[in-house]
Design a protein around this ligand. Structure first.
Ligand SMILES: [Zn+2]
Length: 419
């Protein structure tokens, strides 16, 4: 069976078989033994895929408050690495990583890279921090699995990155979306824009990619920009776009994704946005069963135009980065689509939600692109429509908004009464 082309019944059978094995394995860890017993769930409670809801959710707090050895059944000799999450929204969590984890991750990586035509002739420049967070390791392995070359640059300064691009002439750049536009800004400021053009692909991972930012990356780098989704608790390429770029195909034979209504924690409807709950369907070094993430996604099970039948994931945003404004959940990418869709507005922005006479209002700070003028009245109205709130627009000087976060929060809440 080719998982990307499996029928729903074929996929269900594989998922069920892998789930039961993963569950037997998780039951051998002290963490899940106690977790399941505390919730009154016996191993016999789950005999099929449809029983998975009987298992309690695992939260980020559960992971943060336990040692990695407590959450693993691996003998010491089988531990290949210890990795961590990125720590973007709090203390990083650590987990033990086995050789099997590397094998499954490479399967996912080669599938994701194969969908977008990565070949042995390619050379990928990786711009990601080296160290305990696992992202760089997954990136190296996904190209290595395709026998492609890799330049593991790490998190370098913009100048060093441009030097590496000129020197090594990579065909692929792989990094966070924000890096694509910040490097372009730096290159324009230093008169080195010509160094960027001519790549074959820009691969984005690690944060949301709006269509507007995607178009900007492509206009500057002169290449196709593809999006990939992963999470540290599992690995890098859990899902990735094909050449149709209409959602990211999920590695569903190895990762079960449930989408739950955030209020009821019951399954959301087909194609509806909800909280993603992840279960790793193999004997993972640090098993992960029904992990309630902070990611909001929607899943579409209809076959893609590319012919693949694997479900497609559309990323909506992360709960720590969103705000309830006037009773509506707002993710910053909705604003980003508006702002970066305009030729006059720069790549950075900041939203501050405030009390304005007992109603929510939003201060939107942005920069014009050099030499451009922002139509404040028209843009304020457009943003008010998107946010369903009064908007005050502040146009700052180019280059003055903070650029120190690689995963920018974008929305800051300064209301005295939080929703
Ligand atoms: Zn497709």
């Amino acid at each position: 069976m080719q998982p990307d082309y499996a029928t729903p019944s074929e996929l269900r059978l594989v998922q069920e078989e892998n789930l039961l094995l993963a569950l037997d394995w998780a039951w051998q860890t002290p963490f899940y033994q106690q977790h399941f017993e505390r919730h009154g769930v016996s191993r016999d409670a789950v005999r099929s895929l449809e029983d998975v809801w009987r298992l309690p959710l695992t939260t980020k707090l559960d992971l943060r408050s336990t040692l990695p050895t407590f959450r693993s059944a691996l003998p010491r000799k089988d531990v290949e690495y210890v990795f961590s999450s990125s720590g973007t929204t709090g203390a990083p969590t650590h987990y033990l990583w086995s050789r099997t984890d590397t094998e499954v991750m490479r399967q996912g990586g080669s599938r994701a890279m194969g969908r977008v035509g990565v070949a042995p002739e390619d050379c990928a420049l990786i711009i990601a921090p080296m160290g305990l967070p696992v992202m760089w390791f997954c990136m190296i392995n996904q190209y290595n699995a395709m026998h492609s070359g890799v330049v593991p640059l790490g998190a370098s300064s913009p100048g060093q990155t441009l030097d590496a691009i000129v020197e090594f002439q990579p065909t692929i750049i792989t990094s966070l979306p924000i890096v694509g536009t910040r490097l372009a800004e730096y290159a324009a400021m230093t008169g080195r824009s010509a160094a960027l053009a001519g790549r074959r692909c820009f691969h984005c991972a690690g944060d949301y990619l709006s269509n507007a930012r995607r178009r900007r990356i492509e206009s500057v780098w002169g290449d196709r920009c593809y999006n990939f989704f992963g999470l540290s608790e599992i690995f890098g390429p859990v899902a990735g776009e094909c050449k149709c770029r209409d959602g990211m195909h999920v590695m569903s034979d190895r990762v079960l994704i449930e989408v739950l209504d955030p209020r009821t924690l019951q399954p959301a409807g087909e194609g509806e946005v909800g909280i993603a709950v992840f279960t790793a369907l193999w004997q993972k070094g640090s098993p992960l069963i029904r992990y309630q993430s902070e990611d909001y996604v929607r899943l579409v099970s209809a076959p893609c135009r590319c012919g693949r039948t694997s479900p497609r994931l559309y990323y909506a945003g992360r709960s720590p980065f969103m705000a309830n404004i006037g009773g509506h959940l707002v993710f910053p990418q909705r604003v980003e689509e508006v702002l970066l869709g305009l030729p006059s507005v720069g790549n950075e922005f900041r939203l501050t939600v405030v009390d304005d006479d007992h109603t929510d209002a939003v201060i939107v700070e942005l920069e014009p692109l050099p030499g451009q003028r922002v139509d404040v009245a028209a843009l304020s109205q457009a943003l008010s429509d998107v946010l369903s709130a009064h908007v005050r627009l502040l146009v700052r000087e180019p280059g003055t908004l903070a650029r120190d976060e690689v995963k920018p929060h974008r929305i800051y809440d300064e209301r005295s009464r939080r929703c």
